[in-house]
Design a protein around this ligand. Sequence first.
Ligand code: UDP
Length: 362
Amino acid sequence: MNVLILGANGFMGNALSEKILATTDWHVYGMDLSTNKIQGLLPNARFHFVEGDISIHREWVEYHVKKCDVILPLVAIATPASYVRDPLGVFELDFEENLRVIRLCQRYKKRLLFPSTSEVYGMCRDAEFSEETSNFVYGPIHKSRWIYACSKQLLDRVIAAMGQTQGLRFTCFRPFNWIGPKLDDIYAPKEGSSRVVTQFIVSLLDGEPIRVVDGGHQRRCYTWIEDGIDGLMRIIRGDDEACNGEIFNLGNPDNECSVRELADKLAQLYAKSYRHLPGYREPRIEEVSATEFYGKGYEDIMTRTPSIAKARTALGWNPRVSLDEALARTLDHFVRERQEIEGATTGSSPSNDTLRKVSSAH
Ligand code: UDP
């Protein structure tokens, strides 16, 4: 089977490419702007990667939609700070460029696996969000945060309509706060454009205070990346009856916690496991208002818990990795990555002693 992954160097794209290459005999065709997360995959003869921009290299994209069996357009801006700062950029990439790819899937009769988002539910008050019954709740236009949710929601509707009236074969999936290695670029938090777990970890590594927005009462269900990828593999392998025309929430409801609890957990983990690292500073947590942190166009989501009954039944999917384990593994990855970068810039590799402390931490 040939799988096309647009955004193969992204958080999901690199993890999915790695899983496919390691566990199947399929070929992966990929495009992305850069290659920092897929260095280890590039030598693989079944990984056919081209560095490029889907909004520019449209002929390459069309040719490969034609060539491949399953299409995953994973290119998107997916960090809330960007929805506020660059709402049009979010619309142009996340909506317009992806619509182009969706239309190609329709034209060439290819199976589409589309990343919707848990964000589509917006400020829905349901205790658990259901793919079948929950309403989508967004704020007014001047709250530009919602442009991402609206863009994704409309694409979900376009895809469903193409399925209904033109026979498009598709499955949409909604990730709920997936976390793990390579979640965001380690330097992205400097620009305020990474997700909360990366933001907190990099603050710890920099000896800066963790900044909790509006008291940190917001709750999320953090899901280990490999659990999410397991869900995707089940969808790719899944038959038409279970998957065609369906939408699946992919999140771990057991891993729900508030942003404040998340800050405490990461601070404790860091203090317990890494206090012997050079440059270590005691974790500090401070509060910041949403307006100060994100700007006036921001509005928060207080709870976001998936119902995963559908994925359990149709796919046999069960997320397994606990929040504590997922955080420990993610923190471990970022500590190592930082050490490798520092080793490279000082011309020396991290001392064996330091690495031993890091690798034995969990
Ligand atoms: N948040 C925070 N401090 C940060 C970054 C984010 O308190 O440094 C909060 C943010 O307001 C939101 C939650 O953490 O309530 C999750 O943010 P994330 O960027 O991961 O995206 P979301 O889950 O909202 O899509």
